[in-house]
Design a protein around this ligand. Structure first.
Ligand code: HEC
Ligand code: HEC
Length: 245
């Protein structure tokens, strides 16, 4: 957990950094915004550390080392490809490989602020120096995209994914998560890849969105979409998505 910010002299934060800051502020919603505001107040005149350092463009090589030092790889895999439905993880540890870096940064910030709840990840997020998260996110984002076993041909899951059920407010997942759930290039945190993710993790997230246990999507969009899904439909979606290559 190094506290140093390794910014070489003359190295500018650059346009991407600014866009990332704006995007992170835009995506993180009222809870995180408040937390940042609160921090800003307590250190009058100073730039809040989390806001200034977390969203900068990360360094992949530094991230490879830090994600090992910080033990992220123990649960998410060395290359962010998880451990499948193995006895130790039972598929509850999500794959991080190929997730957009700004999505990873947002999730860790949400675990840290409490906007997203999970006992283990809250502790992890609060112990890692926010300055290191950008590098760790860059490392996992640079790994090859997550992929399933190709056995995702669940007709109900496919139908809901591709067409939704507008009468019930279930928007077609494909419109935001892209064909086969591979994410829409360029949308970053607004379009996380979910095709090829772990089955049990997907099921849990959909149940958490439905119950409100997870509520960190912007404007509650995922809560609205999951609200009327039945258990059978949640399983069908997890079947379809987890199988996508
Ligand atoms: C002891 C196991 C464990 C360790 C260590 C761990 N994680 Fe996690 N992580 C999890 C679990 C379990 C979840 C799923 C939480 C849930 O169900 O909502 C998760 C979720 C996440 C997510 C959300 C993924 C998504 O698709 O939304 C991110 C990002 C993440 N972890 C990053 C990290 C980083 C970065 C580190 C290291 C600093 C780390 N994790 C260390 C177990 C772990
Ligand atoms: C209007 C856009 C939109 C639509 C439509 C949509 N999603 Fe999402 N979804 C999102 C966003 C944005 C996130 C990330 C929220 C956050 O910041 O945590 C997300 C997150 C998720 C996650 C958690 C991903 C992870 O790695 O933890 C799952 C699972 C998911 N969506 C499934 C679905 C399914 C299934 C459908 C269709 C029934 C669907 N989504 C429709 C925008 C959408």
């Amino acid at each position: 957990m190094s506290l140093s910010v390794r910014k070489a002299p003359g190295q500018a934060w650059g346009v991407t950094g600014c866009v990332a800051v704006l995007l992170a502020a835009f995506l993180s919603g009222p809870v995180a915004a408040q937390a940042v505001k609160g921090k800003g107040k307590s250190v009058t005149g100073a730039v809040p550390v989390a806001a200034a350092s977390a969203p900068r463009a990360g360094e992949v090589l530094a991230g490879a080392r830090k994600s090992d030092d910080e033990r992220c790889q123990e649960c998410h895999g060395v290359d962010g490809h998880g451990f499948g439905q193995s006895a130790s993880s039972e598929g509850r540890h999500p794959k991080l490989g190929g997730l957009p870096a700004d999505y990873i940064v947002k999730q860790v910030a949400d675990f840290r602020s409490g906007a997203r709840k999970h006992d283990v990840m809250t502790v992890m997020a609060r112990t890692v120096d926010p300055a290191d998260i950008a590098d760790i996110a860059a490392y996992f984002a640079s790994q090859k995209p997550m992929a399933g076993d190709g056995k995702g041909d669940d007709p109900l899951g496919r139908k809901l994914f591709e067409s939704g059920d507008p009468a019930r407010g279930v928007d077609a997942c494909v419109s935001c998560h892209g064909p086969a759930g591979k994410g829409v290039a360029g949308l970053g945190a607004a379009s996380p890849p979910i095709g090829g993710q772990e089955w049990r993790y997907l099921e849990k997230q959909l149940l958490d969105w439905r119950s409100g246990d997870r509520s960190n999507s912007r404007d509650g969009v995922m809560n609205r979409i999951a609200r009327s899904l039945s258990d059978e439909e949640v399983k069908a979606l997890a079947n379809y998505l987890a199988g996508q290559r």
